[in-house]
Design a protein around this ligand. Structure first.
Ligand code: DGL
Length: 270
């Protein structure tokens, strides 16, 4: 595989959640050009079949490669849990295929080896048990509890973030007795950093709420550096594709990327 530093980064998610990762990457690596794809036409991935998620992810990876991307960064926990192995097998010789789960697992097992860990995510991510299995692989004695929180993605995509509705939903999930006594909370969905502060507040700032976006950005930087693939100077403008326009995508996009966000509709599903 012959990759060049000035090729863009390819990043995708089912919707706007991956923007949390893209934005952390932009802050850490401002010279990198980003090609982002949000599959809003098929959102949420959290309750789709594995076959569908693998199919969507493959098509999106093909699309990102038409832009000559040096990475296929799966900025979606659900696709990371379901489709990463397949994506790595198919595209591993064309680009660096990177998931969002492994970097978080490494960080948490190193930093909090003796803590009770909670994980929230979509139904698919939680049912796959990926976080628990990977954490226990590194730290067999780890105490991990995980819980699906399926309303959070549609809530965020609809813009319910700082209000009574979002607070009631967050409270209902987090007060589940399963999560009692956790010291660390992994936000196992890239949408959730958008409500990280509300989650920290719910716990009175006593629980370490992990920002996966920053961890993934740091992991990407290390990976690119080790492969001599860090872009040397500012590249062309970033491109943000969605498979369907939703009102809120543009607004959240601008929240992360100012007015500079260039939102384009792509019809890869036609
Ligand atoms: N951001 C995706 C994730 O990290 C959301 C999944 C969904 O579309 O349900 O899992």
């Amino acid at each position: 595989m012959e990759l060049e530093p000035n090729q863009p980064l390819g990043i995708f998610d089912s919707g706007l959640g991956g923007l949390t990762v893209a934005s952390a990457i932009k802050q850490l690596l401002p010279d990198e050009r980003i090609i982002y794809f949000g599959d809003t036409a098929h959102l949420p991935y959290g309750d789709k079949s594995a076959d569908s998620i693998i199919y969507y992810s493959r098509k999106i990876a093909d699309f990102l490669l038409t832009y000559n991307c040096k990475t296929i960064l799966v900025a979606c926990n659900t696709a990371s849990a379901t489709a990463f192995t397949e994506l790595h097998r198919i595209f591993g010789d064309k680009a660096l295929v990177i998931d969002v789960i492994d970097p978080v697992v490494s960080y948490v097992t190193e930093k909090f080896p003796a803590s009770k860990i909670g994980v929230i995510g979509t139904k698919n991510t939680i049912n796959s048990n990926t976080y628990t299995l990977k954490i226990r692989e590194k730290n067999p004695g780890a105490e991990v509890v995980s819980m699906a929180a399926p309303l959070l993605v549609p809530m965020i995509e609809e813009g319910f973030i700082y209000d009574d509705i979002s607070n009631a939903i967050i409270r209902t999930y987090l007060s589940n007795e399963l999560l009692e006594g956790i010291e660390v909370m992994i936000l196992g969905c890239t949408h959730y950093p958008i409500i990280r502060n509300q989650i920290r507040k719910y716990y009175d700032f006593r629980v370490e709420v992990i920002d996966s976006a920053e961890i993934v950005a740091r992991h990407l930087k290390e990976k690119l550096a080790s492969e001599n693939l860090l872009a040397g100077s500012r590249q062309d403008e970033d491109l943000f594709f969605v498979s369907d326009f939703t009102d809120y995508f543009g607004k959240i996009g601008r929240m992360f990327f100012d007015s500079s966000i260039n939102l384009l509709k792509s019809d890869i599903w036609k």
